[in-house]
Write a protein that binds this ligand. Structure first.
Ligand code: RBF
Length: 355
């Protein structure tokens, strides 16, 4: 039985190798025999969700991408761990996953996570991490990919500029847009907000961007209050970067007949007619591709590396399929789609080399 296993593996080895004689010799070596006797276990993957999945499109996509990759690897398994909103607990929870030694790969997402992985990898050098929406080069055992969120912010900023200068029923003469954020962090301060401001001022020269901070990623009531105060001061279109709390921004905008633009996923359905545009991430695709690559031969070479992907690579985009977007005046959509096309083609680029 074992003998036939070895010979069928040897046959496959020979098929794959360019030099038949070499492959046959390798198949007879102790090394190849050992590999045949102890076939690699199917991989085990953990998804570490820094928060809760529900309500945060970026985390929904994280899980969906990992699930798809694992489903395609025979015998592979997936465990999803929601770490909750107490950020002070994240290091211990992540390190516990690494310490268990159970997982071939721990996958996560958000810019604060690589530092925690770096610490866990120092304590448990066999642990391997992939973090999307993050950037940390040179950390052993940790691979990161950052989205060009300047471009993502720019897209909805440009749309917000078209809205605030428009004669849509919910638009007012004040040239003002709002931003409701859960907390301040470098990707927001260096990419998302300046990108939004750039798009806004290109479409609406002289327009003002005002922001408010919720203090957490879940309090939709507080986010709604902050959105109301922005609307009191003249904002007619608001972007929430607030995870589940963002729903409160949209309901407040809806209640006042104003508008929202959305980030990360498809938000048109959150309040039809209120959410006018969605700058999306293809995080599900990225996570799927990276999990597959990291678990295959050669995947090890990716650890320690940090990459940036944007609109040109197709990981930052805009969802034009929403009814509310399609119902906008043709002149607005023409102007917006020209900007979108330039970003997609790379004719307009806002290169980001890290954080
Ligand atoms: N985004 C969410 O959608 N939900 C969250 O719970 C969430 N938590 C975050 C916690 C920290 C410490 C940081 C730095 C970011 C968090 N983000 C969260 C933001 C996320 O990484 C991303 O910037 C936004 O989703 C915009 O793409």
């Amino acid at each position: 039985m074992i003998g036939s296993l070895i010979s069928s593996r040897a046959a496959r080895l020979r098929l794959a190798a360019p030099a038949l004689a070499l492959a046959a010799a390798a198949a007879l070596s102790g090394c190849a025999r050992k590999a045949a006797e102890a076939p690699a276990e199917p991989p085990k993957v953990a998804v570490f969700v820094p928060g809760l999945v529900s309500g945060s499109p970026i985390y929904e996509q994280l899980v969906a991408g990992a699930e798809k990759a694992v489903a395609e690897i025979p015998g592979a398994s997936l465990k999803v761990v929601e770490a909750g909103f107490n950020q002070a607990e994240w290091q211990d929870k992540l390190s516990a996953l690494a310490a268990s030694g159970e997982f071939d790969l721990i996958v996560s997402s958000n810019p604060s996570i690589p530092e925690l992985c770096k610490k866990a990898a120092a304590d448990f050098p066999k642990a391997r991490f992939f973090v999307a929406d993050a950037w940390l080069p040179g950390a052993a055992g940790v691979h990161t990919v950052l989205y060009n969120q300047y471009e993502q912010g720019y897209l909805v900023g440009y749309l917000a500029g078209l809205v605030t200068t428009s004669s849509l029923p919910g638009a007012n003469p004040a040239l003002k847009a709002g931003l409701v954020v859960a907390q301040r962090y470098p990707t927001l301060d260096l990419l998302i907000e300046p990108g939004f401001a750039k798009g806004l001022s290109e479409a609406a020269p002289g327009a003002v961007l005002e922001s408010r901070t919720v203090g957490n990623w879940f309090d939709a009531n507080k986010a709604a209050e902050l959105a109301s105060s922005l609307m009191d001061s003249g904002a007619d279109v608001i972007l929430p970067i607030a995870g589940g709390a963002g729903q409160g921004v949209v309901s407040a905008a809806k209640a006042r007949g104003r508008y929202a633009v959305w980030f990360d996923g498809d938000g048109y359905g959150v309040a039809p007619g209120t959410v006018l545009g969605c700058a999306v991430l293809r995080q599900d695709r990225l996570v799927y591709e990276k999990v597959k690559a990291l678990l295959s031969k050669g995947g090890e070479s990716l650890y320690g590396k940090a990459e940036v992907v944007g609109a040109k690579e197709g990981y930052v985009d805009f969802d034009e399929s929403g009814e509310a977007y399609k119902a906008l005046p043709a002149a607005m959509r023409d102007s917006f789609s020209a900007v979108l096309a330039r970003l997609r083609s790379g004719a307009t680029a806002f290169p980001v080399s890290g954080l």
